[in-house]
Design a protein around this ligand. Structure first.
Ligand code: AHG
Ligand code: MN
Ligand code: MN
Length: 325
Protein backbone atom coordinates (compact mmCIF):
# COMPACT_ATOMS: atom_id res chain seq x y z
CA UNK A 1 0.00 0.00 0.00
CA UNK A 2 1.27 3.48 -0.92
CA UNK A 3 1.05 5.75 2.14
CA UNK A 4 1.57 9.00 0.24
CA UNK A 5 3.38 12.10 1.48
CA UNK A 6 2.42 13.13 4.99
CA UNK A 7 2.29 16.80 5.91
CA UNK A 8 5.25 16.32 8.24
CA UNK A 9 7.39 14.77 5.52
CA UNK A 10 6.42 17.49 3.06
CA UNK A 11 7.30 20.21 5.57
CA UNK A 12 10.71 18.69 6.25
CA UNK A 13 11.40 18.38 2.50
CA UNK A 14 10.37 22.01 1.93
CA UNK A 15 12.65 23.08 4.76
CA UNK A 16 15.60 21.34 3.07
CA UNK A 17 14.74 22.87 -0.29
CA UNK A 18 14.70 26.53 0.76
CA UNK A 19 18.00 27.72 2.11
CA UNK A 20 17.71 29.86 5.19
CA UNK A 21 14.56 28.06 6.33
CA UNK A 22 14.81 27.78 10.09
CA UNK A 23 12.26 25.07 10.68
CA UNK A 24 10.01 27.50 12.55
CA UNK A 25 7.15 26.89 10.15
CA UNK A 26 7.64 23.17 10.21
CA UNK A 27 6.87 23.31 13.91
CA UNK A 28 4.10 25.88 13.65
CA UNK A 29 2.24 24.24 10.78
CA UNK A 30 2.50 20.85 12.45
CA UNK A 31 0.91 22.40 15.56
CA UNK A 32 -1.81 24.08 13.48
CA UNK A 33 -2.50 20.68 11.91
CA UNK A 34 -2.90 19.15 15.36
CA UNK A 35 -5.45 21.81 16.32
CA UNK A 36 -7.21 21.26 12.99
CA UNK A 37 -7.53 17.54 13.64
CA UNK A 38 -9.13 18.16 17.03
CA UNK A 39 -11.54 20.76 15.61
CA UNK A 40 -12.35 18.41 12.75
CA UNK A 41 -13.24 15.69 15.23
CA UNK A 42 -15.42 18.11 17.22
CA UNK A 43 -17.15 19.35 14.07
CA UNK A 44 -17.90 15.78 13.07
CA UNK A 45 -19.25 14.99 16.51
CA UNK A 46 -21.03 18.29 16.90
CA UNK A 47 -24.44 16.77 16.38
CA UNK A 48 -23.71 14.14 18.97
CA UNK A 49 -22.10 15.83 21.91
CA UNK A 50 -24.10 18.95 22.57
CA UNK A 51 -21.41 21.37 21.52
CA UNK A 52 -23.94 23.20 19.40
CA UNK A 53 -26.10 26.18 20.16
CA UNK A 54 -25.63 29.81 20.96
CA UNK A 55 -23.74 30.74 24.09
CA UNK A 56 -25.74 33.89 24.44
CA UNK A 57 -22.74 36.23 24.22
CA UNK A 58 -21.54 38.48 21.47
CA UNK A 59 -18.01 38.71 20.06
CA UNK A 60 -16.18 42.01 19.61
CA UNK A 61 -17.81 42.43 16.22
CA UNK A 62 -21.23 42.40 17.92
CA UNK A 63 -22.18 39.07 16.40
CA UNK A 64 -23.40 36.05 18.33
CA UNK A 65 -20.74 33.49 19.14
CA UNK A 66 -21.47 29.80 19.10
CA UNK A 67 -19.83 27.25 21.34
CA UNK A 68 -17.64 25.82 18.64
CA UNK A 69 -16.16 29.26 17.87
CA UNK A 70 -14.94 29.55 21.42
CA UNK A 71 -13.76 25.96 21.53
CA UNK A 72 -11.70 26.47 18.36
CA UNK A 73 -10.32 29.78 19.63
CA UNK A 74 -9.18 28.28 22.93
CA UNK A 75 -7.77 25.19 21.29
CA UNK A 76 -5.56 27.15 18.86
CA UNK A 77 -4.31 29.25 21.77
CA UNK A 78 -3.56 26.20 23.88
CA UNK A 79 -1.74 24.42 21.08
CA UNK A 80 0.21 27.44 19.81
CA UNK A 81 1.16 29.47 22.84
CA UNK A 82 3.88 27.12 24.07
CA UNK A 83 5.62 26.44 20.76
CA UNK A 84 8.33 29.05 21.34
CA UNK A 85 7.71 30.52 17.87
CA UNK A 86 5.17 33.22 18.78
CA UNK A 87 5.10 36.47 20.74
CA UNK A 88 1.37 37.19 20.44
CA UNK A 89 -1.95 36.03 19.02
CA UNK A 90 -5.00 37.95 17.81
CA UNK A 91 -8.33 36.47 16.86
CA UNK A 92 -11.71 37.47 15.55
CA UNK A 93 -13.03 36.12 18.85
CA UNK A 94 -10.88 38.27 21.17
CA UNK A 95 -10.93 42.01 21.63
CA UNK A 96 -7.23 42.46 22.42
CA UNK A 97 -3.86 40.91 21.76
CA UNK A 98 -3.14 37.71 23.65
CA UNK A 99 0.41 37.88 24.97
CA UNK A 100 2.37 34.65 25.14
CA UNK A 101 2.45 33.82 28.87
CA UNK A 102 5.54 34.64 30.91
CA UNK A 103 6.14 30.97 31.58
CA UNK A 104 6.49 30.14 27.87
CA UNK A 105 9.41 30.74 25.50
CA UNK A 106 8.93 33.70 23.12
CA UNK A 107 9.42 33.70 19.36
CA UNK A 108 9.64 36.18 16.50
CA UNK A 109 6.23 35.65 14.89
CA UNK A 110 2.66 36.75 15.52
CA UNK A 111 -0.38 34.61 14.75
CA UNK A 112 -3.78 35.86 13.52
CA UNK A 113 -6.90 33.77 13.13
CA UNK A 114 -10.54 33.35 12.41
CA UNK A 115 -10.74 30.14 14.44
CA UNK A 116 -14.16 29.14 13.12
CA UNK A 117 -15.43 30.66 9.90
CA UNK A 118 -18.99 30.15 8.71
CA UNK A 119 -20.42 29.68 12.18
CA UNK A 120 -24.01 30.11 11.00
CA UNK A 121 -23.53 26.85 9.11
CA UNK A 122 -22.30 24.75 12.05
CA UNK A 123 -25.58 23.20 13.06
CA UNK A 124 -26.84 22.52 9.55
CA UNK A 125 -24.00 20.26 8.43
CA UNK A 126 -22.50 22.67 5.90
CA UNK A 127 -18.76 23.17 5.40
CA UNK A 128 -17.01 25.55 7.79
CA UNK A 129 -13.37 26.41 8.26
CA UNK A 130 -10.49 28.03 10.15
CA UNK A 131 -8.26 30.75 8.65
CA UNK A 132 -4.79 31.72 9.88
CA UNK A 133 -1.98 34.10 9.08
CA UNK A 134 1.57 34.63 10.35
CA UNK A 135 3.80 37.74 10.28
CA UNK A 136 7.29 38.38 11.56
CA UNK A 137 7.06 40.75 14.52
CA UNK A 138 8.30 44.33 14.19
CA UNK A 139 8.52 45.44 17.82
CA UNK A 140 11.22 44.46 20.24
CA UNK A 141 10.85 43.50 23.87
CA UNK A 142 8.87 40.81 25.62
CA UNK A 143 5.38 41.85 24.51
CA UNK A 144 3.66 41.95 21.15
CA UNK A 145 2.31 45.37 20.20
CA UNK A 146 -0.32 46.60 17.73
CA UNK A 147 2.30 47.41 15.10
CA UNK A 148 3.25 43.71 14.93
CA UNK A 149 -0.26 42.94 13.69
CA UNK A 150 -1.07 46.10 11.71
CA UNK A 151 1.09 45.14 8.75
CA UNK A 152 -0.06 45.04 5.13
CA UNK A 153 -0.95 41.54 3.93
CA UNK A 154 2.05 41.47 1.58
CA UNK A 155 4.27 41.08 4.68
CA UNK A 156 2.75 37.71 5.56
CA UNK A 157 5.19 34.85 5.87
CA UNK A 158 2.58 32.13 6.01
CA UNK A 159 -1.19 31.86 5.54
CA UNK A 160 -3.61 29.01 5.35
CA UNK A 161 -7.01 27.61 6.05
CA UNK A 162 -8.62 24.39 7.08
CA UNK A 163 -11.91 23.38 5.53
CA UNK A 164 -14.12 20.98 7.46
CA UNK A 165 -16.13 19.66 4.54
CA UNK A 166 -16.94 16.30 3.02
CA UNK A 167 -13.33 15.72 3.97
CA UNK A 168 -11.04 17.91 6.06
CA UNK A 169 -8.34 19.74 4.13
CA UNK A 170 -5.47 21.99 5.15
CA UNK A 171 -4.28 24.45 2.51
CA UNK A 172 -1.30 26.74 3.12
CA UNK A 173 1.41 28.85 1.57
CA UNK A 174 4.74 30.13 2.86
CA UNK A 175 5.35 32.05 -0.36
CA UNK A 176 6.47 29.01 -2.36
CA UNK A 177 3.17 28.02 -3.94
CA UNK A 178 -0.04 26.72 -2.39
CA UNK A 179 -0.29 23.16 -1.16
CA UNK A 180 -3.29 21.16 0.02
CA UNK A 181 -3.45 18.17 2.34
CA UNK A 182 -6.43 15.93 2.98
CA UNK A 183 -6.98 14.38 6.39
CA UNK A 184 -7.13 10.60 6.29
CA UNK A 185 -9.25 10.02 9.40
CA UNK A 186 -8.28 6.34 9.48
CA UNK A 187 -4.65 7.11 10.27
CA UNK A 188 -5.09 10.67 11.58
CA UNK A 189 -2.61 12.14 9.09
CA UNK A 190 -2.85 14.98 6.60
CA UNK A 191 -1.68 13.58 3.24
CA UNK A 192 -0.48 15.69 0.31
CA UNK A 193 -3.39 15.73 -2.14
CA UNK A 194 -2.99 19.03 -4.02
CA UNK A 195 0.57 20.16 -4.67
CA UNK A 196 1.17 23.56 -6.29
CA UNK A 197 -2.48 24.63 -6.57
CA UNK A 198 -3.18 27.16 -9.35
CA UNK A 199 -6.55 28.86 -9.81
CA UNK A 200 -7.85 28.91 -13.42
CA UNK A 201 -7.37 32.40 -14.85
CA UNK A 202 -11.10 32.63 -15.57
CA UNK A 203 -14.04 30.84 -13.97
CA UNK A 204 -17.73 30.25 -14.55
CA UNK A 205 -18.76 30.90 -10.97
CA UNK A 206 -19.65 34.15 -9.23
CA UNK A 207 -20.31 34.18 -5.48
CA UNK A 208 -22.07 37.10 -3.81
CA UNK A 209 -24.97 37.46 -1.38
CA UNK A 210 -27.59 38.74 -3.83
CA UNK A 211 -30.07 39.39 -1.02
CA UNK A 212 -28.26 42.71 -0.56
CA UNK A 213 -28.77 43.88 -4.14
CA UNK A 214 -31.02 46.76 -3.12
CA UNK A 215 -28.14 48.05 -0.97
CA UNK A 216 -25.42 47.72 -3.61
CA UNK A 217 -23.54 50.53 -5.30
CA UNK A 218 -23.98 50.96 -9.01
CA UNK A 219 -20.60 49.29 -9.70
CA UNK A 220 -21.68 46.04 -8.03
CA UNK A 221 -25.04 46.03 -9.86
CA UNK A 222 -23.31 46.54 -13.19
CA UNK A 223 -20.70 43.86 -12.55
CA UNK A 224 -23.25 41.26 -11.48
CA UNK A 225 -25.43 41.87 -14.52
CA UNK A 226 -22.30 41.55 -16.68
CA UNK A 227 -21.54 38.21 -14.97
CA UNK A 228 -25.05 37.03 -15.80
CA UNK A 229 -24.72 38.16 -19.41
CA UNK A 230 -21.57 36.06 -19.63
CA UNK A 231 -23.67 33.10 -18.45
CA UNK A 232 -21.74 32.67 -15.25
CA UNK A 233 -23.44 30.58 -12.60
CA UNK A 234 -24.08 31.56 -8.96
CA UNK A 235 -22.77 29.64 -5.94
CA UNK A 236 -22.89 31.02 -2.39
CA UNK A 237 -22.44 28.88 0.71
CA UNK A 238 -22.14 31.65 3.29
CA UNK A 239 -18.92 30.17 4.70
CA UNK A 240 -16.09 32.21 3.21
CA UNK A 241 -13.64 29.31 3.43
CA UNK A 242 -16.01 27.03 1.52
CA UNK A 243 -16.85 29.64 -1.13
CA UNK A 244 -13.17 30.50 -1.53
CA UNK A 245 -11.98 26.89 -1.66
CA UNK A 246 -14.50 25.94 -4.35
CA UNK A 247 -13.51 28.92 -6.49
CA UNK A 248 -9.80 28.19 -5.95
CA UNK A 249 -10.30 24.68 -7.28
CA UNK A 250 -12.71 25.44 -10.12
CA UNK A 251 -12.07 29.08 -10.96
CA UNK A 252 -14.45 31.88 -10.12
CA UNK A 253 -14.91 35.14 -8.30
CA UNK A 254 -16.18 35.90 -4.78
CA UNK A 255 -17.38 39.39 -3.87
CA UNK A 256 -18.33 40.85 -0.52
CA UNK A 257 -18.46 44.54 -1.40
CA UNK A 258 -19.38 47.39 0.89
CA UNK A 259 -23.05 48.31 0.69
CA UNK A 260 -25.55 50.55 2.46
CA UNK A 261 -25.68 48.31 5.52
CA UNK A 262 -22.04 47.14 5.46
CA UNK A 263 -20.36 50.50 5.02
CA UNK A 264 -16.84 49.09 5.20
CA UNK A 265 -17.71 45.62 3.97
CA UNK A 266 -18.29 42.73 6.38
CA UNK A 267 -15.21 40.57 6.23
CA UNK A 268 -12.24 41.19 8.49
CA UNK A 269 -9.08 42.38 6.81
CA UNK A 270 -6.63 40.63 9.13
CA UNK A 271 -8.39 37.35 9.87
CA UNK A 272 -10.20 36.62 6.61
CA UNK A 273 -9.34 38.80 3.62
CA UNK A 274 -5.53 39.15 3.85
CA UNK A 275 -4.72 35.45 4.42
CA UNK A 276 -6.94 34.34 1.53
CA UNK A 277 -5.49 37.14 -0.64
CA UNK A 278 -1.96 35.86 0.00
CA UNK A 279 -3.04 32.33 -0.88
CA UNK A 280 -4.87 33.37 -4.05
CA UNK A 281 -1.91 35.42 -5.33
CA UNK A 282 0.39 32.46 -4.69
CA UNK A 283 -2.04 30.42 -6.81
CA UNK A 284 -1.86 33.03 -9.64
CA UNK A 285 -5.21 34.62 -8.79
CA UNK A 286 -5.98 38.11 -7.47
CA UNK A 287 -7.61 39.89 -4.56
CA UNK A 288 -8.78 43.49 -4.46
CA UNK A 289 -10.86 45.94 -2.49
CA UNK A 290 -12.28 47.02 -5.84
CA UNK A 291 -9.77 49.83 -6.19
CA UNK A 292 -6.64 48.58 -4.38
CA UNK A 293 -4.64 45.36 -4.26
CA UNK A 294 -5.87 43.78 -1.03
CA UNK A 295 -2.35 42.88 0.13
CA UNK A 296 -1.32 46.56 -0.03
CA UNK A 297 -3.97 47.76 2.43
CA UNK A 298 -2.32 48.95 5.64
CA UNK A 299 -4.61 48.09 8.57
CA UNK A 300 -5.41 50.78 11.11
CA UNK A 301 -7.08 48.57 13.71
CA UNK A 302 -7.17 44.88 14.55
CA UNK A 303 -10.80 44.21 13.77
CA UNK A 304 -10.95 46.33 10.61
CA UNK A 305 -13.38 45.24 7.90
CA UNK A 306 -12.80 45.47 4.18
CA UNK A 307 -14.60 44.98 0.90
CA UNK A 308 -13.25 41.84 -0.80
CA UNK A 309 -13.17 40.76 -4.43
CA UNK A 310 -11.14 37.59 -4.81
CA UNK A 311 -10.58 34.72 -7.21
CA UNK A 312 -9.51 34.11 -10.79
CA UNK A 313 -7.10 36.74 -12.10
CA UNK A 314 -9.04 37.82 -15.20
CA UNK A 315 -12.38 37.85 -13.38
CA UNK A 316 -11.03 40.05 -10.58
CA UNK A 317 -9.32 42.40 -13.06
CA UNK A 318 -12.57 42.69 -15.02
CA UNK A 319 -14.59 43.39 -11.84
CA UNK A 320 -12.09 46.09 -10.85
CA UNK A 321 -12.83 48.00 -14.05
CA UNK A 322 -16.39 48.50 -12.77
CA UNK A 323 -15.21 49.79 -9.40
CA UNK A 324 -12.55 52.05 -10.83
CA UNK A 325 -14.80 53.73 -13.40
P1 AHG B 1 -17.78 34.10 10.77
O1 AHG B 1 -18.57 32.83 10.90
O2 AHG B 1 -16.31 33.88 11.05
O3 AHG B 1 -18.36 35.23 11.55
O4 AHG B 1 -17.77 34.54 9.24
C1 AHG B 1 -19.00 34.63 8.53
C2 AHG B 1 -18.72 35.33 7.26
C3 AHG B 1 -18.14 34.51 6.13
O5 AHG B 1 -17.81 33.19 6.43
C4 AHG B 1 -19.18 34.56 5.05
O6 AHG B 1 -18.59 34.70 3.80
C5 AHG B 1 -20.02 35.75 5.40
O7 AHG B 1 -19.93 35.90 6.79
C6 AHG B 1 -21.44 35.60 5.01
O8 AHG B 1 -22.12 36.78 5.30
P2 AHG B 1 -23.61 37.05 4.78
O9 AHG B 1 -24.49 36.12 5.55
O10 AHG B 1 -23.85 38.50 5.08
O11 AHG B 1 -23.64 36.77 3.30
MN1 MN C 1 -15.25 34.29 9.29
MN1 MN D 1 -15.36 33.23 12.87
Amino acid sequence: MELGTTLTRFLVEQQRKYKGATGDFTGLIADIATAAKVISREVNQAGLIDILGYQGVENVQGESVQKLDRFANELFIKVLSHTGHLIGIVSEEMEDILQIPKSAPKGKYVFLMDPLDGSSNIDVNISIGSIFSIYRRISEGDRATDEDFLQPGRNQVCAGYVIYGSSTMLVYTTGHGVHGFTLDPGIGEFLLSHEGIKIPSRGKIYSINEAYDALWDDAVCRYVSQAKQEKKTARYVGSLVADFHRNLMKGGIFLYPKDKSHLEGKLRLLYEAAPLAYIVEQADGAASTGTTRLLDVVPEKLHQRTPLIIGSLEDVRQAETFFKS
